[in-house]
Structures are given as structure tokens and as C-alpha cells.
Design a protein around this ligand. Sequence first.
Ligand SMILES: [Ca+2]
Length: 230
Amino acid sequence: MKRIALTTILAALALAAAPLLSASTIVSWETLGNSGSEPLVAPTNVETGLVGLNLERGPGLSAPSGTNSFNSSAWAWSGGVRQADDYVSFGFEVQAPFKVDDLRLLFGSRSSNAGPGPLGLFWSGDNFTDPVHTWTHVNTTWSNEDIDLGGLGTLMADTYEFRIQSIANQRASNPQQTIDGGGTMRIGDYFQSGQGFSLFRFEGTVTPEPGRAMLLAIGGLLFLARRRRA
Ligand SMILES: [Ca+2]
């Protein structure tokens, strides 16, 4: 009994004093080899403590083909307002007792000339109200985003959905012209000069929340003690 208890206590202390782990991929989506019109892309490389959400389109978007990407069309505005169902969605669920810090998002994207120019990244933390990052597609140039999301703070157990939305009715080839419904917007691998393409992914640090980890360890001790007495 003594030996088990000591081992458990040491494990609890180790968890509570979780070392500073370097950030790494915590969930990714593979688009290489896809036609682009898949209804969804399931997550890969999901870190322990997380459940990945599918990469998918809001119901207002269509699914044209676009090799090695996740493509979309029917981006539109009506009466000066973005169509609410026009978005690309992805994200993850954090499961107790884990938490995520140092969140970072890397992906590549581009539009066709008549597709959306200015875009924003939104999240469920504020019900998709204010963009946490914005960027603009110019003509058909591939755009690479490496977004530091550490400002969102520590993400405790909950579901975190992210959406890419059009933030102005301006097409990629000309801000003076509105988006055409046939215009496309595709997302996929992140490209870094000298390092080539890498997966569309979130990076971060996933650790057990110390208080919860300690409670779990204490619960385990009590269970062992009770079993010993029985
Ligand atoms: Ca639409």
C-alpha cells in the first residue's frame, strides 16, 4: 500500500509541475491528394486530450473541385450583409482535465479572381462576432497564414470551433467589384520557403490542468485505500 501510494503521489506531483513542453501539432487536416469537393475532411494527428472537429463548409457554400485543397464557392452578400451560412469550419474539443496553451494556426489559402478577397478568422469564444485574424486574397496568389492565437488565453475543457468568413463584398482580383457566386476559395497546406508544404494544422501545448490532475490522483489514492480496507 505504502509503495503504491508513494508512486501515485509522485505521479501527481509530476503532473502538477508539468514541465514546459514545446508547442507541436495538436490537430491537422490533410488535403494533399483530395479533389477539393469532398463534403468534409476528418482530422488527423489529434493530440491526446483533444477531439478534432471535421473541416467542413457551412450550408450556404457549394463544393467545387480544386485539387489538393478544400474548395468552396457560392460566397455571397445580400443587402450589404454577408450570407450567414457562408463559412468554412474546423476546430477541436478539449477534454478534461486537459488544457491548451500557446495556440497557433497554420494554413494556406487562395481565391479565384472572382472569389472573396478580404477574409477573417472567427471563433466560437465570442460566437463568431469579431475576427481574431484577417487577411486578403489578391488575384489567385496562394496566401500563407501563420497565426499566433496565444492571445485567446488558456483553452480549458470545451469545444472550440473556428470559421473562415468573407469580411467584405470585394473580389480577389478587384476590390471595386463584388464577389461572384462562381468564384472559389480554397484552403490547404501551409507553404514555407525552404521547407515546402506542411499540413493545415493547429499547434499548441496540451497539458493536464494541475488542479484537476491532482484531484484525479487523490481520487485514485482514496480508491486504492478503500479497496485495501474492503
Ligand atoms: Ca452562399
